[in-house]
Every structure is written in structure tokens, then in C-alpha cells.
Write a protein that binds this ligand. Sequence first.
Ligand SMILES: *[C@@H]1O[C@H](CO)[C@@H](O)[C@H](O)[C@H]1NC(C)=O
Ligand SMILES: *[C@@H]1O[C@H](CO)[C@@H](O)[C@H](O)[C@H]1NC(C)=O
Ligand SMILES: *[C@@H]1O[C@H](CO)[C@@H](O)[C@H](O)[C@H]1NC(C)=O
Ligand SMILES: *[C@@H]1O[C@H](CO)[C@@H](O)[C@H](O)[C@H]1NC(C)=O
Length: 397
Amino acid sequence: MAKVFNRSATNTYCRTIAVLLLLLWRNILIVRPENGVADDGVSSRKTSPDGYLRVAGDGEGSSFKVALFADLHFGENAWTDWGPRQDLNSVNVMSTVLDVESPDFVIYLGDVITANNLPIHNASYYWDQAITPTRARNIPWASLFGNHDDAPFEWPIDWFSSSGIPQILCPSVNSSGGDECSFKGTTRLELMRNEIAHSSLSYTGFGPQNLWPSVSNYVLTLVSPKRDPKLPLMFMYFLDSGGGSYPEVISSIQSEWFRNKSQEVNPDSSVPEIVFWHIPSKAYEKVAKKVVGKRTQCVGSMFQERVAAQEAEMGMMKRLRERSSVKAVFVGHNHGLDWCCPYEKMWLCYARHTGYGGYGNWDRGARILEISEDPFSIRSWIRMENGTLHSEVILST
Ligand SMILES: *[C@@H]1O[C@H](CO)[C@@H](O)[C@H](O)[C@H]1NC(C)=O
Ligand SMILES: *[C@@H]1O[C@H](CO)[C@@H](O)[C@H](O)[C@H]1NC(C)=O
Ligand SMILES: *[C@@H]1O[C@H](CO)[C@@H](O)[C@H](O)[C@H]1NC(C)=O
Ligand SMILES: *[C@@H]1O[C@H](CO)[C@@H](O)[C@H](O)[C@H]1NC(C)=O
């Protein structure tokens, strides 16, 4: 299995050069603190001895813009005329948003493809198509998994209870059960491996091995040349909320990972943090129920459909509530919802259905985040395919 994560020195070197080139025209950039380093110690993309990238020079009017592409569902009904046509439409949505907004970074917020039982060759092909508009514009990105990105084998939900994630017991190499043992869920790994291997602009991480089969768990750090490099502008956490080859849940061990990680990188909570995953947590359900018929600070579309939440809450929201530095959570999954609502001391937000694949005919668009410094703020809005903008909201000041 470890072979999967080997990255040649040449590859790392090329990546470093590519990233440095990128710095020449970017004032603020994203770095990965020591992430991409799997627990087995194999570094995927370590960029400097302490894991931070630094930019020389002073940035002016510095802000950092992120576009969220959610629920693209590439490769759906690929055997019909309809499917490939939807994918072209989705490329057009992304292209419009990228050209109108010129973001510094893109986040693929899960359900990038509809991969139910697709062979890895095909899944990677569709995944790559979804990335193409971003790559073609030389914009770096990160991705995480939704419930449709891999699908076959169901792990029972009670495997994810407080005792943590079970060991995978593999039959001996020569037995016929070998294929079962690789549990098809490796398609998550395979997809990530493919993305990272072919993309110097990808900031996606595998996450530590002790969280598998939950894969896309990692943190990115936003630093600014104006500031002490030891004082990042913001942290962005990415989590795999499951679905597909295992239950739709953020397990207790993932929330423990988040606690450990946030303690490690931001021990005094002095740096703002935002969090991304695909399937809304149960807190989204609660928030949506509360606002019915009331005047609230919520913005966006709230009642097109019901919140389809994760199967269980295993402690992640508690961890987030404990940290005053957590400003907002962003999810996809519900194609008809694009709201942001206050929840405790943070905001819970949906992205906007970006793809023509997947259910629903609501107009397509993308959530945009703009992170400014001096003074710090996180603003957000929805940019629609026809170029209009709505639901602007300030998520942090
Ligand atoms: C996978 O891709 C191959 C060729 O690239 C194609 O012939 C085949 O039909 C695809 N299979 C599925 C299930 O999409
Ligand atoms: C598996 O098969 C190979 C070649 O047939 C054999 O050398 C090896 O001993 C086998 N291993 C096990 C665990 O049966
Ligand atoms: C969190 O940190 C504790 C203490 O260092 C460690 O025992 C535990 O394994 C860590 N958990 C995860 C999921 O990384
Ligand atoms: C753009 O789309 C929005 C809804 O998605 C709609 O309300 C608006 O009328 C459209 N504007 C134009 C100029 O087409």
C-alpha cells in the first residue's frame, strides 16, 4: 500500500519549481504546513524544511479569492448523449465563474464525479475533465470527496463508533478474496493519487493513514508576505464526510485528528479557521428548522429542499464549537440549497450546485470566498452562471 504514496524526488523538485514560478505573480499563497506527509513518513509534497512557503516582497491590496465548485457529477450517464452534454455545460459554468471572478484558488467540494462502480481508469478520466477548466487557467486547487466519487462496497456504520476505525483484515495474497480486501474504497486513494501525480497545481492531500477509508483530510495554510510567516492569515481544513464506499459520517477519529491538528498548527486559536467537507452535518438540519418563518441573518436559498445530513454526529461539531477561531463551515451535497446561517459563534454555509450532472434543475453557480487582510475579513457571495451575483454576506471581520 505504501507504494501508492511514493513520490520521486524529481517529482517533488519539479513541483517546487512550479510553485516558485507561481509565486512570481501571486502575493498571497497557500502552503501546506507539513501536510501531505502520511503517517508512514512518506512525504508527498513537502515544500521546504519546515513546510512553509514564503513570498518575498510586499503585497498590496491583498486579498485571496476562492471559488467553490460543488456537485459537478462528471461522467454521469456517460453512455447516453445527455451525460456528456451535461459535462460540457458544467465546464461552461466553471469557465464563466473563473473568468468573471479570477479566483486565486479553487476548491472541488465533492461529488466531482458520479463514479458508482466505475473502473479507476474511467473515474480518473472524468475527474480530470472536471479539473480541466481550472488547470487550463493555471489556478491551483484542492479537492475533497463526496458520496458519489466512489461507491461500491458499504462499510457498516457501527465500525465508525467510538472505538475508531477497524483494521482491514486481508486474506492471504494468493487467495481469491484479494480483490475484496482492496475494498474498492481504494478508488478514493486511486483518484487522489491520480490527481496529485498529474497536477503540480493540486494541493489536495491524502490525509493520515489512520483515518482511512476516509481520505481527504488535510489542512492548508494561507500566509501573506505582509506578515510574520509564523503568523498565517488563515487555516483551511478539509475533511472527508464519507459516503460511497463507507457511511456518510465524519467519524470520531476524524474529529480527534482535527483537534490534534488544530492544536498543533494554531494552539492559541489566534488565526481564523474555515472548514470544508461535502455532506452537511446534523447542525445544518437544526439551523434550517429553526429559521422557518423567522427573520434571521440567514442569506440564500433555504427551502428548495430538506437538508440531507450525515448519518450521525460523532463529535466534529463539538470540536468546532470549542474553537473560537473557527469562522465557517462549507458543504455541498444539497443541490437546491445555497444558504449561509449563523450557528453558535460560526457560520454554516452551503456552496452552490455548480454541475449539470446530479439531480435538480436549479440554476448553476459557485460560492466565492474573499479573504482580506488589514483588516481581516471573509466575505462570500454566489456567482451564477449568467454572471449575476447574490447572497453576499460577511462571515468574519
Ligand atoms: C471505460 O473507458 C473505456 C475506454 O476509455 C470504455 O471503453 C468503457 O466503456 C468505459 N467503461 C465505463 C463503465 O464507463
Ligand atoms: C503465493 O504464490 C506464490 C507463487 O505461486 C508462492 O511462491 C507463494 O508461496 C504463495 N504465497 C502464499 C502465502 O501462499
Ligand atoms: C491525537 O493525539 C494524541 C496524543 O498525542 C494521540 O495519542 C492520538 O493518536 C492522536 N489522534 C489522531 C487521530 O491523530
Ligand atoms: C440570472 O439568473 C438568475 C437566477 O439564477 C435570475 O434571477 C436572473 O434573472 C438572471 N439574469 C439574467 C440577466 O439573465
